[in-house]
Design a binder for this molecule. Structure first.
Ligand code: TYM
Length: 334
């Protein structure tokens, strides 16, 4: 049995990109026979300033969404990162293993920091070290993510390799990303060359996993497309990123092959295609939105689920992190 670990930041509201790129795979993997550990990474969230009350609310909302999507706390471990000190302890050791040059190459840091490099938090810079600690504290070997996390996972492998090499051990295993090819990168509804993101200033650029039926339909109707009719083959979409993105979403949501969808709409404009896509999205997303709302009415129960998950997670991550500290040369914790 392998161990699977993944995380999501409770910043903003989860998007359809989070859902199709990661969350639905988290749910599916519960049937894989592997042990699944899913984490609300609130410590990562504060690498950019979060209003404390909003962070608490967003963490509850994310927990409710995970349950609404089908994460079963009897089957999977679900918890919030800050509940377990192992993440910070191992994260610190990894701060001392990773090299400045490695972090300087992280494209996500460059994108997030932009021209503001001198003013962003130091936490944002060392963020990938904490992410490596999240995974390695559990000796997890499989990590289901969207492809924007690939570089961070490669870095986590580099850190493990250097740790093992520096201390002459084979303590941390190699990890493997699990990426759903078709939805590895769901794109913005306003710009087919940009990732759909919780932090995009335009709400029209994304479907939020809290949007109601009217909002979903309206956003799909207004989604950017081009003026050509839909073609009858995938190759003809190579240079049409917006159409390709909508077709990818349609296929992922309906479970139908992209070619079969094209065959139905080829030769026509985007109107009927968008109507059918909106209908399929509403049918899929609306029940999740409703269940999320239900779970959110009982935050005491969400606390109970997360704290029970944290106790199970600590029982795994604690001893592994103790051993990492022993390898480094720290005295026993007692
Ligand atoms: P985060 O919170 O940005 O996103 C959570 C997951 O959603 C995926 N994702 C997407 N997939 C496809 N298309 C999109 N447009 C899209 N947007 C987001 C992300 O790839 C991710 O899988 N650093 C991570 C959180 C993290 C983590 C970890 C993940 C912290 N520690 C350990 C795995 C293992 C992040 O910021 O994800």
């Amino acid at each position: 049995m392998a161990r699977i670990f993944s995380g999501i930041q409770p910043t903003g509201i989860a998007t359809l990109g989070n859902y199709l790129g990661a969350l639905r795979n988290w749910v599916a993997l519960q049937q894989s026979g592997d042990e699944c550990i899913y984490c609300l990474v609130d410590m990562h969230a504060i690498t950019t300033f979060q209003n404390p009350a909003a962070l608490r609310q967003q963490t509850y909302t994310m927990a409710a969404l995970l349950l609404a999507c089908g994460i079963n706390p009897e089957q999977s471990i679900i918890f919030h990162q800050s509940a377990i000190s192992a993440h910070a302890r191992l994260g610190w050791i990894f701060n001392c293993v990773a090299r400045m040059g490695w972090l300087n190459r992280m494209t996500q840091f460059k994108d997030k920091a932009g021209k503001d490099r001198e003013a962003v938090s130091t936490g944002l810079f060392v963020y990938p070290n904490l992410m490596a600690a999240d995974i390695h504290a559990y000796h997890a070997t499989k990590v289901p993510v969207g492809d924007d996390q690939l570089q961070h996972i490669e870095l986590a492998n580099d850190i493990a390799e250097k740790f093992n090499h520096d201390f002459g051990v084979s303590f941390f295993p190699r990890i493997e990303p699990l990426i759903l090819k078709e939805t590895a990168r769901v794109m913005s509804l306003r710009d087919g060359t940009k990732k759909m993101s919780k932090s995009d200033p335009s709400d029209q650029s994304r479907i939020n996993m809290t949007d109601d039926a009217d909002m979903i339909s309206q956003k799909i109707r207004k989604a950017k497309t081009d003026t050509d009719p839909l073609p009858d083959n995938l190759a003809a979409l190579a240079e049409r990123p917006e159409a390709r993105n909508l077709l990818g979403i349609f296929a992922a949501i309906s479970g139908e092959a992209q070619e079969a969808i094209l065959a139905r709409f080829a030769g026509g404009g985007f109107g009927p295609f968008k109507n059918a896509l909106a209908e399929a999205l509403v049918a899929h997303v609306e029940p999740i939105v409703r269940r999320t709302r239900d779970y959110l009415t009982d935050t005491a129960e969400l606390d109970r689920v997360l704290q029970a998950g944290a106790a199970k997670a600590a029982a795994i991550a604690g001893p592994i992190t103790d051993e990492a500290e022993r390898i480094v040369g720290f005295l026993p914790r007692g």
